[in-house]
Each structure stands twice: as structure tokens, then as C-alpha cells.
Design a binder for this molecule. Structure first.
Ligand code: FES
Length: 183
């Protein structure tokens, strides 16, 4: 992390590519096969599919990179924060936040570098863009919603624009140091 911290922002060279991965897991299929006869009588099939679990392999997401997974048919952002981004998030006083939460409260098990949020703007539901480094970094460095200009910071907390709340943190757990299961 510290190496990136010295160069980012100055050169704009470091990539913050947003790699889209439709990480729909097959892991939930077996369980669904068992549950389906029970659930199908209560709910339409799309809701059954919506219960699927998504497993995310973190090992391919380098520091400063992010992926977009799909969970319950909605985008989920998984970002591996740099030390600089963590420091920026920690430096913001809660009194400056519309929806006050610390980065630690928005992450799990003290792994504050793994920021996992829904990719759904809390204003009217557009998919925000990950802020790039360099010129396109934006004022707050996290996410920017192109629909009506909501800015989210490096902890995906709403900082500016019409959105009322931080990007939602979905239910998830670490099943190993490199694996997260949503739901
Ligand atoms: Fe994101 Fe309106 S939907 S700012």
C-alpha cells in the first residue's frame, strides 16, 4: 500500500480500472434445488433466484482495484482500498457526514481495506461510477453517480448531492482470507 500512496494522484498513471465481473456463483444451486419445492409455492421464480448466494474471490483484486459483482440481480461493488483511501475515510469527522458511519462500521472483522457495498445510488437507484485516480478522481474519491451528481467518499458514504444515505452494505461474510460470500 505505501508505494501506491506516494504516486497516486500526482501522475494519474496508476490504474483504477473497474473490472466488471458477473460473479454469479454456482455454489447456491444445490441448496436451491432442495429449497425450490418449498419456496416455489410461496413466491414467483424470480424471487427464488434472488436468494442465490454469490461467492467472491478476493485474491484477484489488487490494492486500489475494484470489481462489480451481481447479487440478487443488483450490482455489488467490491473495492480493495489503498492505505491512502483508508486514511482519508478515517480522517473525516462523523459530524461532517450526512449518514454518519465510520469505515470500520462499514467493513467487517477489522478488514477495513475490503469495502463491499451495493452499487445502487440511494437517491433513485442509478449505478454509481468508481472514481478514477488523477484528474477524474473527484472531490471525494469514492463513487460518483452520473444521474444527478451524488458524490460518495472512499468509504462510499454520501458526501454531496441528492442521495440521502451511504451506499448500502449488503449482508456478507468472509469464509477465508480471500473469499467473501454475499447473503
Ligand atoms: Fe444517483 Fe440521483 S440516482 S444521484
Amino acid at each position: 500500500g505505501t508505494v501506491e500512496g506516494t504516486s497516486e494522484g500526482e501522475t494519474g498513471v496508476r490504474r483504477r480500472d473497474f473490472i466488471e465481473i458477473a460473479a454469479v456463483s454456482a455454489a447456491g444451486v444445490g441448496g436451491l434445488a432442495v429449497l425450490y419445492p418449498l419456496i416455489s409455492q410461496m413466491a414467483p421464480s424470480k424471487d427464488v433466484l434472488a436468494e442465490s448466494t454469490t461467492e467472491i474471490d478476493l485474491s484477484a483484486i489488487e490494492t486500489g482495484q475494484a470489481i462489480k459483482a451481481v447479487f440478487r440481480k443488483q450490482p455489488v461493488f467490491v473495492r480493495n482500498l489503498t492505505e491512502r483511501e483508508i486514511a482519508e475515510a478515517d480522517a473525516v469527522p462523523l459530524s461532517a457526514l450526512r449518514d454518519p458511519q465510520t469505515l470500520e462500521e462499514r467493513t467487517k472483522e477489522g478488514r477495513t481495506n475490503w469495502l463491499i457495498t451495493m452499487g445502487v445510488c440511494t437517491h433513485l437507484g442509478c449505478v454509481p461510477l468508481g472514481a478514477a485516480e488523477g484528474e477524474n478522481r473527484g472531490e471525494y474519491g469514492g463513487y460518483f453517480c452520473p444521474c444527478h451528481g451524488s458524490h460518495y467518499d472512499t468509504a462510499a458514504r454520501i458526501r454531496k448531492g441528492p442521495a440521502p444515505l451511504n451506499l448500502e452494505v449488503p449482508e456478507y461474510e468472509f469464509t477465508s482470507d480471500t473469499t467473501v460470500v454475499l447473503g
